[in-house]
Write a protein that binds this ligand. Structure first.
Ligand code: ZN
Ligand code: ZN
Length: 363
């Protein structure tokens, strides 16, 4: 509970620094981060010295259980959410309310302006998200758990892959393994892409394509444990290791290892991206690596910081990022290798440990 209070204190300090009198938090993940509440349809107003959750009767008990000590306003079902926000803000004496520009809908914004004519509504960006980038020990422990579940599930799957199975069969079973091993769900819909279909970085698994239809299969998956997520990618060779595969795989792996070595506090996210990107460019595959190197993971599977070209972010201890370079060749396929990396006070720690040398890719 203390760490939840610390988060709200940190947010208040940020609001003061940015001259935001009070903040309306509407993103469910941000609400969960600041309160411990795991339900939905609940907003939070954070004012100078008080916070109030705004919810409805479905969540009264859950709020009491998950957020002891948090003041809650339960709106009657005759009152809409925006009217409730106006009422609570009025009671708190708030004249100017910051809102999350990325999350409050235009419809809600119009309604709020309509129902609370005297208020000044000010857009804000990433106030809570910027706090979420730096994980505390408990959050890192939860990510470790999510990584462990994903890895155990993958090893189980890899031992039983069959040529006649479809991409969808494999994705479904990997997800079932993760749930059986303790996941509350998956981080995102699992990607299983055989051969040339792996040239699409976000291929959806099909029931038609079979594992044995080509030499290799790309699998990108993650587990959600206790609210925190993991995100990994491995390529498994079910057929032949061709010279072309060996070349592409070797370049992607070397690029990934180079980038991981560059991760430390004070490093610029764009420089970490450039480590992998310049290596792939020098190898002649620059045009075929057309996405960012990685992203933060946490309560969301894609969050800050972003490792990509022009990212101004400076890495800090407590950040957890994916490192996932790839080379995608139309009509041939794609190779991506993805691990999850914690920025530590004196460097980094790779949280995932599935083998990835060329000798480990065979099914
Ligand atoms: Zn991934
Ligand atoms: Zn990823």
């Amino acid at each position: 509970m203390d760490r939840i209070l610390r988060r709200r204190d940190a947010l208040r300090a940020k609001l003061a620094a940015e001259k935001v009198a009070a903040l309306l938090v509407v993103d469910p993940t941000n609400v969960a981060y600041l309160t411990g509440f795991t339900g939905d349809s609940t907003y939070l107003i954070v004012a100078r010295d008080r916070e109030v959750a705004i919810s409805d009767g479905r969540f009264t008990t859950q709020l009491e259980q998950e957020c002891p000590g948090l003041e809650a306003y339960i709106r009657p079902n005759t009152q809409g959410m925006t009217a409730a926000v106006a009422e609570v803000a009025g009671k708190l004496g708030v004249a100017s309310l910051g809102f999350e520009a990325a999350h409050l809908t235009v419809a809600e914004h119009l309604k709020l302006r309509d129902e609370w004519k005297t208020a000044e509504l000010a857009p804000t960006t990433e106030l809570v998200e910027s706090l979420r980038q730096i994980k505390d020990d408990a959050e890192v422990a939860a990510i470790r758990e999510a990584v462990a579940i994903a890895q155990d599930a993958f090893l189980r799957l890899k031992g039983e892959l069959k040529a006649e199975e479809s991409e969808k069969d494999v994705a479904d079973r990997l997800e079932a393994h993760m749930r059986a091993l303790g996941a509350t769900g998956t981080s995102f819909p699992t990607i299983v892409a055989v051969g040339r279909r792996a040239a699409l970085p976000h291929a959806r698994p099909t029931a038609e394509t079979r594992i044995g239809d080509d030499d290799f299969v790309l699998i990108d998956w993650g587990a959600c444990g206790r609210s925190y997520k993991s995100d990994l990618t491995r390529v498994v060779v079910a057929g032949n290791v061709t010279p072309k595969f060996e070349e592409v795989y070797g370049i992607v792996l070397a690029a990934q290892e180079k980038a991981i070595r560059a991760i430390r506090p004070g490093a610029r996210a764009q420089d970490v991206d450039a480590e992998a990107r310049s290596f792939i460019e020098q190898a002649g595959f620059g045009p075929f690596f057309d996405h960012g190197l990685g992203h933060g993971i946490g309560m969301d599977v894609h969050e800050g910081p972003r490792l990509r070209r022009e990212s101004p972010t400076i890495l800090e201890p407590g950040m957890v990022v994916t490192v996932e370079p790839g080379i995608y060749l139309p009509e041939w396929g794609g190779v991506r290798i993805e691990d999850d990396v914690l920025v530590t006070p004196d460097g980094h720690e790779v949280l995932s440990s599935l083998p990835k040398g060329l000798d480990a890719v065979r099914a």
